[in-house]
Structures are given as C-alpha cells and as structure tokens.
Design a protein around this ligand. Structure first.
Ligand SMILES: [Cu+2]
Length: 160
C-alpha cells in the first residue's frame, strides 16, 4: 500500500514537472521574438534605391525590372488575401522579406551585382501560381550587349 501511494505521488510530481516544462517552453518559443527595441531601418540616404513590389493573389508587380548594380531597398506590400513574401535570388544570393499577412509590408535591402535574378513568393506554391518575375542587373553606363558586327554580306561566298 505505502509503495503504491508513494509511486503515485512520484508519478504525479513528474507529470506536473513535465507539464510545467512544456508550458514554459511554449511561452518562451511562442512569444514571437524578443526584439523589443525597434531596429532602425538601414539608412536610405546613401545610394539605396527604393523599389516597390506589390504582392497580390497571385502576382508580383515591381516598380522596375531593369537595374544598375547597386543597393536597393525592395519594399514589399501584401495587397492580396493570402500570406505572401518576396524573395530575390541570384548572383547576390538569396534575400527575402518576412512572410506578410494581408496588408502588411516589409523591406529587404539587397546589393545587386550584374546578372539575372528571380523574384518570387516563397510561400506555399505561389511561385508556380504565377508569383514570380525576373529582373536584370546590367553593368553601369554603357550597354553591355556590344554584339560584334555581323559579317558583311560580301560577295566572297558567291558560290552559287
Ligand atoms: Cu504568395
């Protein structure tokens, strides 16, 4: 008898402890981050160009699609009715905003190197639903496509 009751008490104590641990873990993990102090956005003054990205169901509209190399602040706004986000992937790596609830917005600053980038929504299958577009970052100044002059249609090949 005494053995049973003692074991019962121990089990109950263990259960209570485990429950408390779960609750504590939940509270710590689910509080949504600890960044109480608002982090100031990166200075927009020095050479950072703002680009707006309207996210809708299911389309991404960028305010521009051709870029010179440099720093850009992509301001994504969710104008849709689903959660969306903006990801920019290319030679400069991957950069994305947080996932935005309808009406929310977030900014991601990217320093773009020359090349092609894919811009898409990484949420669920939105990319395949049409939420993707491409941007091209060209070299500064002179156009890059200096195609060699086509061979003049001389009469050298007049075999016929
Ligand atoms: Cu989306």
């Amino acid at each position: 008898m005494t053995t049973t009751s003692t074991r019962g008490r121990v089990v109950r104590a263990l259960a209570a402890g485990a429950l408390a641990g779960v609750l504590a873990g939940c509270g710590a993990g689910g509080s949504g981050g600890h960044s109480g102090a608002s982090v100031p956005p990166p200075a927009t003054g020095a050479g950072v160009t703002r680009v707006t990205a309207d996210l809708t169901d299911f389309h991404i509209a960028l305010s521009r699609t051709t870029f010179a190399p440099g720093a850009y602040a992509f301001v994504a706004k969710n104008d849709g009715r689903h959660d969306h986000a903006l990801e920019i992937e290319g030679p400069s790596g991957e950069h994305r905003t947080k996932t935005l609830s309808p009406g929310a917005s977030d900014t991601v600053t990217v320093t773009l190197a020359p090349g092609s980038y894919e811009v898409y929504c990484p949420v669920d299958g939105h990319r395949d639903l049409g939420m993707k577009t491409e941007i091209t970052v060209g070299a500064t100044g002179a156009p890059t496509d200096r195609t060699p002059a086509p061979a003049p249609p001389s009469d050298s090949g007049s075999g016929y």
